[in-house]
Design a binder for this molecule. Structure first.
Ligand code: MG
Ligand code: ZN
Length: 369
C-alpha cells in the first residue's frame, strides 16, 4: 500500500469523523442574560482567568428577532430554546400563536431528564422560553401553570409569588389557583437556603427561593454554582441523559441599571456556575456545555483599568436597554464544533434540538450536506 493510499484512508476517516459529529448524552446550556463581549472582558480582567476559558470552541451569534434588530429575552430565549425567531416579548410560539417545540420538551420526549435554573423568577422570560408557550412574557401566572404541567425534574430560582393563590400573602396571581400544590404533588419543593442545603438527591425538585427575582449575589443569595451543582446531581441519575438550562439572569438587570460593579459580580457568579458544568463535562466525557447570551444589555464598554492589578477603572454605557451587538458563544465537549464561527441564535437552538432529536437536521448537519 503506497503513501497515497494511506493518505486516502486517513482523509476518509477524518471526513467520516466530521460527518458523524458526536452526539452528546447530556447538554448544559448556560445563558448569561445581557452578557456581551464587554461584560466578559470586565470579568476576565478582574478575575485574571475565567472558568469559561476552558471551552475549546468559540464564536459569535447574531440576536435580532423578527420585528426588531434589538431583541429581548423572550424572543431571544425562544431562538435558543426552539431554533425559531419570533417577535419581541413572545415566549416559544410564532407571532401567529402556534407553539414552537422547545429543546426541553424534545429532551423529555426522548426520556431524558430536564432542568431550569435562574437567578430571576423561574417564570421570567428566559426560563419560560424553554417550558411555556404564551404570547406575552408578562403572563407569569400562566407560565407558572405551564411549567408545573411539564415533566421537568429541576426548577431552581425565584417566583414563588406566581405559584400561590391570590388569597395567600405575597401572591402575584389574580386567581385562586394553587400551582405550588401541583408542584408539591410530584416534586420535592423547598423555599429556603437551609432546606436547599439539606436536600439529598431527590428524583424531582423545585426550589423557589424568593417571591420574585432572587437577591443580587452581593446581597447574599444561593450561588448559581451551588444550584447548578445540585441540578446536575439530580439530573445525572437518569441513564438516558439530561438537558439543563442555567441562566445568570441579573447580568441583564445590572446592564439596565448601568451598574458596572453589579455586572461584574453577576458575571463572575455566572462564570463559577459554568465552571461546575465544565467540571462535570470533563469528568463525564459525554456532556456538551454551551455558554452564550440572549443579547447584550447596556451598550457596555470597558475603557480603562490595569491588567497587572486586575482592576477595571473606567466603563461607559451607550443605553439603558439592550443592544444589537453580537454575543459570545463558547462550547466544550462532544458536538461543540457546531458552535464555532459566526452564527445566528437560531442555529444554537436548532443544533441542540438536532442533538436531542437525531432525525431533525441541525445547523452543523446542514453545513456539511
Ligand atoms: Mg432573563
Ligand atoms: Zn433586559
Amino acid at each position: 500500500m503506497g503513501i497515497k493510499h494511506v493518505f486516502l484512508i486517513f482523509s476518509t476517516v477524518v471526513l467520516l469523523t466530521v460527518h458523524a459529529a458526536a452526539t452528546p448524552k447530556n447538554i448544559i446550556l448556560f445563558i448569561g442574560d445581557g452578557m456581551g463581549a464587554s461584560q466578559l472582558s470586565a470579568a476576565k480582567y478582574v478575575k485574571g482567568e475565567l472558568q469559561m476559558e476552558r471551552c475549546t470552541v468559540g464564536g459569535l451569534a447574531t440576536t435580532h428577532c423578527i420585528d426588531r434588530m434589538v431583541t429581548d429575552s423572550a424572543a431571544a430565549g425562544t431562538a435558543l430554546a426552539t431554533g425559531h425567531k419570533t417577535t419581541k416579548g413572545t415566549i416559544a410560539q410564532t407571532p401567529e400563536g402556534s407553539p414552537l417545540k422547545t429543546a426541553l420538551e424534545v429532551a423529555e420526549e426522548q426520556g431524558k431528564s430536564t432542568g431550569l435554573v435562574a437567578t430571576s423568577a423561574i417564570t421570567h422570560a428566559t426560563p419560560a422560553s424553554f417550558g411555556a408557550h404564551v404570547p406575552k412574557r408578562g403572563m407569569q401566572a400562566e407560565i407558572a401553570e405551564q411549567l408545573a404541567a411539564q415533566e421537568i425534574e429541576v426548577l431552581f430560582g425565584g417566583g414563588h409569588a406566581f405559584f400561590i393563590p391570590q388569597s395567600m400573602e405575597g401572591s402575584m396571581r389574580k386567581d385562586d389557583k394553587n400551582v405550588l400544590e401541583t408542584l408539591e404533588s410530584w416534586m420535592t419543593v423547598v423555599t429556603t437556603e437551609e432546606e436547599f442545603k439539606a436536600l439529598g438527591t431527590p428524583n424531582r425538585v423545585a426550589g423557589l427561593f424568593a417571591d420574585n427575582g432572587l437577591p443580587k449575589v452581593s446581597e447574599g443569595r444561593i450561588e448559581l454554582a451551588a444550584m447548578t451543582q445540585k441540578a446536575i446531581q439530580v439530573l445525572a441519575q437518569n441513564k438516558k441523559g439530561f438537558f439543563l438550562m442555567v441562566e445568570g439572569s441579573q447580568i441583564d438587570w445590572a446592564g439596565h441599571a448601568n451598574d458596572a460593579e453589579y455586572i461584574l459580580l453577576e458575571t463572575l457568579d455566572f462564570d463559577d456556575a459554568v465552571g461546575v458544568g465544565l467540571d462535570f463535562a470533563k469528568h463525564d466525557g459525554n456532556t456538551l456545555v454551551i455558554v452564550t447570551a440572549d443579547h447584550e444589555t447596556g451598550g457596555f464598554a470597558v475603557l480603562d483599568g490595569s491588567v497587572g492589578s486586575n482592576t477595571v477603572s473606567q466603563t461607559a454605557f451607550a443605553t439603558k436597554t439592550h443592544s444589537a451587538t453580537m454575543v459570545p458563544v463558547l462550547a466544550y465537549g462532544p458536538g461543540s464544533e457546531a458552535f464555532g464561527g459566526m452564527i445566528d441564535n437560531t442555529d444554537i437552538g436548532s443544533q441542540i434540538i438536532h442533538y436531542l432529536e437525531k432525525d431533525r437536521p441541525g445547523f452543523f448537519k446542514r453545513l456539511f450536506q
